[in-house]
Design a binder for this molecule. Structure first.
Ligand code: ATP
Ligand code: MG
Length: 214
């Protein structure tokens, strides 16, 4: 089993997220991509974030017409802080079959990987897929990981990935990074502008029903 895990705030989910996930699914031959809204305590951030429940429902609606897309509420089920390593362990332990996990992140997030909780362990538990875009090209691992760790990764030319000592891989893959962001969408809605063609119709209807971002 090859599954992609795609985490984010998804406030709201938009076609940029969906398109990138579809391309990676095909590029890497994934069986499914699981979208995982992050649980963020509302009082802990500088802006007001929609409730976990609303963000989860919007992702659900957005992925409902793609049989290879799924949503998970795992980050809400766990008490306390959510760490990616706990999410990865949850998926590894929840299946009897061997499961290969591909953790999908943007380049900006991956650049800060060494600040993540138990990052070395995390890199050994699953593969990483780093979405790159124009102007943000792969600079190799040397500038991201400490040197003594980066040197243990071997670049495989043919398949274009870096492989770590425990076998897990790091892929840099260029996706169509549609110039859409959740923040711009929230701003449009606030100003009474249409977000049609940026966000799936079902999600727009939900946003209207719940009066989100007004
Ligand atoms: P915000 O504007 O609030 O930061 P966002 O649009 O960046 O929201 P997030 O929920 O923060 O959305 O993103 C989740 C993940 O999706 C991150 O890994 C991010 O790099 C990636 N991502 C964000 N926008 C796009 C896009 N247009 N195309 C592909 N991936 C994207
Ligand atoms: Mg973002």
């Amino acid at each position: 089993m090859k599954w992609g895990l795609f985490g984010g705030t998804f406030d709201p989910i938009h076609f940029g997220h969906l398109r990138a996930a579809q391309e990676l699914l095909e590029m890497l031959g994934l069986e499914r991509v699981v979208f995982i809204p992050a649980f963020l305590p509302p009082h802990k951030t500088e802006r007001v974030i929609s409730t976990f429940e609303h963000r989860l429902q919007m992702v659900s609606l957005a992925v409902s017409d793609n049989e290879r897309f799924d949503v998970s509420d795992v980050e809400h089920q766990r008490p306390g802080k959510s760490y990616s390593i706990d999410t990865v362990r949850y998926f590894l332990n929840s299946h009897d079959e061997k499961i290969d996990l591909y953790f999908i992140t943007g380049q900006d997030a991956f650049d800060a990987i060494t600040t993540w909780h138990q990052w070395e362990k995390l890199l050994s538990l699953c593969h990483f897929v780093v979405m790159t875009r124009l102007g943000y090209e792969t600079r190799g691992l040397g500038s991201i990981l400490p040197n003594d760790i980066a040197v243990n990764y071997v670049y495989h030319d043919l398949e274009d990935f870096f492989q770590g000592p425990q076998g897990s891989r790091i892929y840099f893959r260029k996706t169509t990074f549609l110039d859409i962001s959740s923040s711009a969408i929230r701003q449009d809605v606030q100003q009474g502008l249409s977000v049609q063609y940026l966000v799936p119709e079902q999600v727009i209807r939900f946003m209207n029903e719940k009066n989100l971002y007004r």
